[in-house]
Design a protein around this ligand. Sequence first.
Ligand SMILES: [Zn+2]
Length: 315
Amino acid sequence: MPRRLLPRRILAAIAFLAAPLATAGRCAADTPAVVASIAPLHSLVAGVMAGVGAPALLIRPGASPHAYAFKPSEARALRHAKVVFWIGEGLETFLARPLRSLSGEAVVVEMTRVPGVVLHRARAGGIWEGRADDRDHDHEGHNPHLWLDPVNAKAWVEAIARELTAADPANGAAYAANARAMRQRLDALIEELEAVLAPVRQRPYVVFHDAYHYFEARFRLNAVGSVAVSPDRPPGARRLIEIRDGLRARQAACLFAEPQFPPRLARTAIEGTGARLGTLDPLGAAIPNGPEMYFQLLRSLAADLGACLGGSTSR
Ligand SMILES: [Zn+2]
């Protein structure tokens, strides 16, 4: 009789469903394997995961995300990840293909596409070095260094908590509380940096590569040009002469090199211009990784800008 068969069928269905559910339940108790691409993004993910677990950092500190080669251990970390946070194809071009080939089990979050992020177009012309055909650095016409706007970081923290909660609902309350605290700290950071940068806001300066657009727009700074389109391509002699003329014409107070920029070239570029030499690092290679890294990175950018533009050479 169908009536008597029904309960048995339901029981079978429950047994069938219960096995994978039990496995999933055991997994949810552990934190899922989380990977973040660059150190500043890793820092924000680490902040949201505080007290629950720690994300893995994919790209070694100090290495350029624009031209990167995986170590076997890094490729393995990526293959085992359940949640991957990366900036996007405009920055970590090398990651696009490995991420596409990840199994359907991993959630891949491209931070460039998070709702609410501010995007700036790449600058070109004048003494900005920029070319539309530069696919390595800027795939879709956006400047890819969007982590340097702390308002973007606020949008990201919320998205990170959302994605982690979807992957690991058992710890959802902790992720939400951490995200709330991070957003408050980011608001305080913005206020703090406004005060640090206010006295030097008008001073014109030139950077090594156009990595600071988001920071400059947020804090209304007066950057007037960049030497190179990518940190992996040092400028030639003709470009250095253009820069020297540009520094003079704009009465730039400083030229900011980066750790990868040969100091000899930087000294040649400022010769006879009256500009001082400073250093900025958009990835904060010298700062220890972890939840505090992002805050230290933005503070050190503001301090290095302020020190050179304010009159003393930051070296
Ligand atoms: Zn860059």
